[in-house]
Write a protein that binds this ligand. Structure first.
Ligand code: R5P
Length: 282
């Protein structure tokens, strides 16, 4: 397979091309003086199975992905698979109040236009997958996160809300420990409340897992709950470490360890999704 890594997913693309059967595509990307993107592919892709990998956050990476898809499609490839490690706009997944754009569905529809197959990773709301088209699959980082947490000796894994409880269950299955979920209410974009719930965490190492950590508000509130109930060590783990508004220092103050996968590259990206992507592609 021929691999094209967009600017937001260069390291993941590099790991893919190190695997047998994957090969880098020779291409040029640059910006015009007005900052618009320019994309040119130098290889002959006729009949080739091409994989384009690009996280669609922040916004300029969406435009770059569209141009990469266009350039590839013009070279008559055998197939195009678009991998979106972190799918931006995923959380605006419905019309919460009348008149809003349903961003997740709209973005998915456009990303799916020039692709035979789409692969996402721990998408926030699985029910929007149909918006990408007929051949979209979602894979999870929770199994790998669970393995990592097992090596840290976790006794229990929690999700901060019921919506993420399947993720906690998958991570716990892989870690070989118990799991539970908290009950979060979102007040606004940066404020959440977590209802007190009696948990058996006294003296234990507990991990909170979530798909996305953005402001960190959710994890910080959840961690406070666990500490109040006597947890000895609190680990925060997510697939997508978005970390907006200086979240990392606040999270490091609230938790003993912070980790994420490499769908968004940062210092906390201790778990690579590369081998899981390769498995899904083969
Ligand atoms: C929301 O339902 C997601 O699963 C995450 O819990 C949320 O995006 C975390 O956001 P923040 O870090 O800003 O609390």
């Amino acid at each position: 397979m021929k691999v094209i890594g967009g600017s937001a997913s260069k390291l993941l693309a590099q790991q893919l091309i190190e695997q047998p059967g994957f090969e880098a595509v020779d291409m040029v990307t640059k910006r015009f003086p007005d900052t618009e993107y320019y994309v040119k592919i130098n290889d002959d892709l006729k009949g080739e199975d091409v994989v384009i990998i690009q996280t669609t956050y922040p916004d300029p990476n969406i435009v770059e992905l569209f141009l990469l898809q266009d350039a590839v499609s013009r070279l008559n490839p055998g197939s195009i698979t678009t991998i979106v490690p972190y799918f931006g706009y995923a959380r605006q997944d419905k019309e919460f109040t009348n008149g809003e754009a349903v961003s997740a569905r709209n973005m998915a529809k456009h990303i799916g236009l020039i692709s035979n197959r789409i692969l996402t990773i721990d998408i926030h709301n699985i029910s929007i997958m149909d918006a990408f088209g007929d051949h979209a699959n979602n894979i999870t980082g929770m199994t790998a996160i669970g393995e990592y947490l097992a090596s840290e000796g976790v006794d229990a894994i929690l999700s901060p809300d019921a919506g993420s409880k399947d993720r906690a269950s998958v991570a716990a299955g892989s870690a070989g420990c118990g799991w539970d979920f908290l009950e979060k209410t979102r007040i606004d974009g940066s404020t959440v409340e977590i209802k007190p719930k009696s948990l058996d965490v006294e003296g234990k190492t507990v991990a909170i897992v979530d798909d996305i950590i953005a402001t960190g508000g959710t994890i910080i509130k959840a961690s406070e709950q666990l500490r109040e109930q006597g947890a000895k060590r609190v680990i925060a783990a997510c697939t997508h470490g978005l970390y907006t508004g200086g979240a990392i220092p606040k999270l490091k103050g609230a938790c003993d360890m912070l980790l994420s996968t490499d769908t968004l590259e940062s210092d906390t990206s201790k778990i690579s999704m590369a081998s899981i992507i390769v498995e899904a592609l083969n």
